[in-house]
Design a protein around this ligand. Structure first.
Ligand code: PEP
Length: 256
């Protein structure tokens, strides 16, 4: 089990209207109000951020955005800046998700600029990295991750305390085929080593989430690994009761 405080993040992607998001929060809050040993984070679509922020007020659940533009302001139609997200109460923002990398051509350089813009506004980036199936089968997993980490964190020097890393093997996202705990730990251990090289001793305290088909049935075994410090959850975060069970992964295991 990790010595770092676990962080469980719900990534809703392009799901839930603001009204649906509010209904979720109403159901989730009583389920997680006693989850003191973990940090719970919800990343709704932009359109629900404001109302979700209001409904989370007074609770320990934190708000995250799913993306941000790296520029301060200007002629960037359809984009949202870090300052705008900070104003709404976002404490975290996901950057470099594999869907953004593959569908919208986001590069490590762009991810690094987004992370820097967020850090400048007091928002903690959740920086996603992960290999795809072809890269894994070609034996290139560690090279790919090395490049993604170096590139995506290039502008975050000295900010280890404000960063969260999410290891998300692309072949495990939304497929129902999660990495085994052993495989995930092997990669998390590698990422930890790279973080220590990049950030020094502070790299040991950085939290590394695992993402890819996490559900109530497999979360405990993943979280039992020494370098897995949380989960970034897509599909299984859409129902409050299911996500609530993930948040309470320890209690769930005790009840078995
Ligand atoms: C994700 O989108 O970050 C994710 C891990 O999705 P899922 O849990 O559905 O695999």
């Amino acid at each position: 089990m990790s010595v770092r405080r676990p962080i469980l993040t719900a990534n809703w992607k392009m799901h839930k209207t603001a009204a649906e998001a509010l209904a979720f929060v109403e159901r989730l809050l009583p389920l997680v109000q006693d989850a003191d040993s973990v940090e719970v984070v919800i990343a709704p679509p932009f359109t629900a951020l404001d109302r979700v922020a209001q409904s989370l007020a007074g609770s320990a659940v934190q708000l995250a955005a799913q993306n941000a533009n790296p520029e301060e302001r200007g002629a960037f139609t359809g984009e949202v800046s870090a300052e705008m997200l900070a104003e709404l109460g976002c404490r975290y923002a996901i950057v470099g998700h594999s869907e953004r990398r593959s569908l919208y051509g986001e590069t490590d350089e762009l991810v690094a600029r987004k992370a820097a813009a967020l850090l400048a506004r007091g928002i903690r980036p959740i920086v996603c990295v992960g290999e795809n199936l072809e890269q894994r089968e070609g034996g290139r997993t560690f090279d790919v991750l090395d490049g993604q980490l170096e590139g995506s964190l290039a502008r975050a020097e000295g900010r280890a305390d404000d960063l969260v890393i999410a290891y998300e093997p692309v072949w495990a996202i939304g497929t129902g085929r999660a990495a085994t705990p052993e495989l995930a730990q092997e990669v998390h251990g590698f990422i930890r080593e790279r973080l220590v090289v990049q950030f020094g001793a502070a790299g040991s305290a950085m939290r590394i989430q695992y993402g890819g088909s996490v559900k109530p049935e497999n979360v405990y075994a993943l979280m039992a690994q020494s370098d897995i410090d949380g989960a970034l959850v897509g599909g299984a975060s859409l129902e409050a009761e299911v996500f609530g069970r993930i948040v309470h992964f320890e209690r769930q295991e005790e009840a078995r």
